[in-house]
Structures are given as structure tokens and as C-alpha cells.
Design a protein. Structure first.
Length: 231
């Protein structure tokens, strides 16, 4: 079955496993992580990962498919999506690297659309789920994506994932900035398309994309193609 098709079945935790058969990102849960010199209970971590397993498996499958040399994500939080992307890069082999941009928030805050963003993380804990041995492929940059994203995508990218501020203006900025730098064949993925009309407007504006299977919930992805796409 092709990776993208209009008739693809409803997303589930199983479809990336069927596509690739090697969701190796779960392997990191066997050893646990260390944060602030305290061992995290592996059973607790597995419970957390299971709640987001479908999203992580979806991201893992996309990165395994496109095999990017340069991947960029915005919005790191504790690092669940980061772990999934890095695991796929490691499984791919080669020189693939991830740049992660995050503006850590320790308390809930109001975005530009007046909506409350609740993705908070303790000071110093951004990306703490990433195993130390995986950081050779990881470049964490702290700050506002409006300042950092244009530089991060210079020279071209093959994969982008948005999960930072979900206001209309900010989502539009990230989609357009990433799309301009995305190589043909690359994938743009996003979380929380239901927070604003930015995603639908972005797709209406551009013709050079193909739809990939939707991720769980409000996760979407498109692939950049040469010329007219939209199928």
C-alpha cells in the first residue's frame, strides 16, 4: 500500500507499524532517562509514551520514509516528538540531523489569538527525554521561532514539524517559512490544525503538494512536489 492515498484507512497506532515494521523509537524506554540526577521510573515513562504512541509512531514513519538529511521541528516541550524523529534518523543511518526550536514556558500563557497555551515545562527540562547518546544528531536552539526559524532552514530542509505557538499568524509564518526552504520530495507535518484556519489557507494557497495520511487527532502532513499536486 502506498504511503499516501485518499482512500487510506482511519489512522491508528498500528498503521505505521504495518508500513515499516520497525518502530524502534520505543527501545529508548527500556533503559529509562536521567533528569536532574534522578532516575525516571520506566513504568511511568511507558504510560506517558503510550498516550502519545500514535503521534510518535506517525512522525517516526514519516521520517523513515523521507530519510531527511536536515530536519527541523518547532516546539520541543519534554521531547516526545523529538525522540521519535531522532530515533527514525538513527534508524535511517547516514548524516541526518535535527534542529529543534523551542521557547520554553513554565506557566500557561495566552497566544496572539487570545487562546491559552498549556504546554509548559519546568525550567531546564526542555527536551529532557532525549537520551544523551542521541544528542550527536540534535541541535536544540532556545528562542522565538520568528527569530530562529529562518536561519535554521537556510540551505534547504527535507522535513519540518510544527508544534509551537498555535496562533493563526504564527502557524502561517512557520508553514510559509518552512515551505520555501523545503526540498521537492520533503514533508511538512503539523500538529493542532484545529486551532486556527492557517493550515487550510496554506493548502489553498499552494498547488505543489500531495496529501499524506492524516496523523492522530489534528495532525496533518503534505509532501512537496514539482508543479501541480493536490492529491
Amino acid at each position: 500500500m502506498p504511503l499516501f492515498t485518499r482512500s487510506f484507512p482511519k489512522p491508528s497506532t498500528e498503521w505505521p507499524v504495518r508500513l515499516l515494521g520497525d518502530i524502534q523509537w520505543l527501545d529508548v524506554s527500556r533503559t529509562g532517562w536521567n533528569h536532574h540526577d534522578r532516575r525516571i521510573d520506566v513504568r511511568f515513562m511507558l504510560w506517558n509514551l503510550r498516550n502519545d504512541a500514535a503521534i510518535s509512531a506517525w512522525l517516526y514513519a514519516l521520517v523513515r520514509h523521507v530519510r531527511p538529511i536536515r530536519a527541523v521541528e518547532t516546539g520541543v516541550h519534554r521531547g516526545k516528538s523529538t525522540v521519535a524523529i531522532l530515533a527514525a534518523l538513527r534508524r535511517n543511518g547516514g548524516p541526518g540531523r535535527l534542529i529543534s526550536i523551542d521557547l520554553p514556558q513554565t506557566v500557561p500563557w495566552t497566544n496572539a489569538d487570545g487562546k491559552i497555551e498549556k504546554a509548559t515545562v519546568p525550567e531546564g527540562a526542555t527536551g529532557h527525554l532525549v537520551p544523551a547518546s542521541w544528542k550527536d544528531r540534535w541541535d536544540l536552539r532556545l528562542g522565538n521561532a520568528r527569530d530562529l526559524l529562518p536561519k535554521a532552514v537556510e540551505g534547504g530542509i527535507q522535513f519540518f514539524h510544527h508544534d509551537s505557538e498555535h496562533s493563526d499568524a504564527h502557524m502561517t509564518f512557520e508553514y510559509e517559512t518552512a515551505w520555501t526552504a523545503l526540498d521537492v520530495g520533503g514533508i511538512l507535518a503539523t500538529d493542532d490544525v484545529n486551532w486556527s484556519p492557517a493550515w487550510g489557507r496554506f493548502l489553498d494557497k499552494h498547488d505543489d503538494w500531495q496529501q499524506f495520511p492524516d496523523g492522530p487527532g489534528a495532525h496533518r502532513a503534505v509532501r512537496k512536489v514539482m508543479g501541480y499536486g493536490r492529491f
